[in-house]
Design a protein around this ligand. Structure first.
Ligand SMILES: [Zn+2]
Length: 347
């Protein structure tokens, strides 16, 4: 791979490529936003140094330095630009930390930190983006993902006193507290009449439980009013009748798809297909902590929604998201023992 792609040949080219994605219209100062910046000498790892003229004037100094990575998610990383680009490419292939470490020849702990930063950056910017909404024909469904306390020895110990009952049918609906957090999936069907239409757009949210009170604010925020809304007959969705053209299939009676008199196909098969894709993806992580589940789910969501693009376009879209944050979310989350509650995220 290194020899095929010019910007994967050395750190300077990798740094130049990343800079071009971060500042397509020219470098601006991360402190004041001014474009009156002067190039200085490069760092040892190939990153370009700059000095901001207005900032230097304001501070009464000769220079006010920053680099390609100042105030970005990569700022504190010791990994070189070339390694980061390789990790990005492997991240995009939906690999776990062990495989990324082997392929990029870095330590597994480093790879773990890299994927948490990247997934965290995507979660914070792409997943939580309030402007991303679904419309036209939207299917909703829920599924349950086993997720424990991997990586948190004290939590594991606490829970091991009351072992999870594997393989047994739990009475009622599973919850995060019971070790099987529910996921809500919303998917806008792909417009099949338009050849250039993007992939079916999906929104996936890890939940504490599946009560109407939990899912209602999410559906209201994510699905535009007036959309056709397809679900099974599960009663948590009944509230949607007021705002949407809500149609249900009766799975209990063996009905999985039907065509209504107005020609509308009523089913949740798009979402069902997505669940199996997600399960395949999550299986690579061989036991996943509830703490990280939503980050991995966000990566799947992002990669699925960009699935119609060339891999290089996907890489650049991911980088643009990641460069739009300083990585605050991940830094705050690193100190939490559980997933941050959603209320903290939807400010
Ligand atoms: Zn400045």
């Amino acid at each position: 791979m290194k020899h095929l792609i010019p910007y994967l040949q050395d750190d300077q080219k990798a740094a130049d490529y990343l800079r071009q994605v971060r500042w397509p219209d020219g470098v601006t100062c991360p402190r004041c936003g001014s474009d009156a910046v002067e190039s200085r000498e490069r760092c040892d790892n190939g990153l370009q140094r700059f000095s901001c003229v207005p900032c230097a004037g304001r501070l009464g100094q000769q220079f006010a330095m920053f680099t390609d990575w100042t105030s970005s998610i990569f700022e504190e990383s010791k990994l070189r630009p070339l390694d980061w680009l390789l990790v990005m490419g492997l991240w995009q292939l939906k690999l776990n930390a062990t495989d990324i470490a082997a392929a990029a020849d870095i330590q597994e702990r480093t790879a773990q930190r890299c994927i948490n930063l990247l997934d965290g950056g995507i979660y914070e910017t792409y997943h939580l983006d309030p402007t991303r909404q679904l419309e036209h024909q939207v299917e909703a469904d829920e599924c349950y993902q086993s997720a424990g306390s991997k990586g948190l020895p004290r939590e594991v110990e606490r829970r091991e006193r009351e072992p999870r009952q594997r393989g047994l049918q739990l009475r009622g609906r599973a919850t995060a507290e019971l070790g099987r957090p529910p996921l809500l999936g919303l998917v806008q069907r792909r417009d099949k009449t338009d050849q250039d239409a993007p992939a079916a757009q999906v929104y996936l949210e890890v939940l504490e439980n599946v009560r109407t009170a939990t899912i209602k604010p999410i559906i209201t925020a994510k699905v535009k009013g007036g959309a056709q809304f397809f679900t099974d007959e599960y009663n948590i969705y009944h509230f949607t009748e007021a705002d949407y053209d809500h149609r249900t299939v009766n799975h209990g009676a063996g009905e999985y798809a039907r065509r209504d008199p107005d020609g509308t196909c009523v089913h949740c098969n798009t979402m069902e297909g997505l669940w199996s894709g997600l399960r395949n993806f999550l299986d690579h992580f061989r036991g996943i902590s509830q703490r990280f589940l939503h980050l991995r789910v966000a990566r799947y969501e992002f990669l699925h929604n960009h699935g119609h693009l060339h891999w290089r376009q996907v890489c650049e879209a991911a980088l643009r998201c990641i460069f739009s944050t300083t990585g605050d979310y991940w830094r705050r989350m690193a100190h939490q023992h559980r997933r941050m509650p959603l209320t903290l995220c939807y400010r």
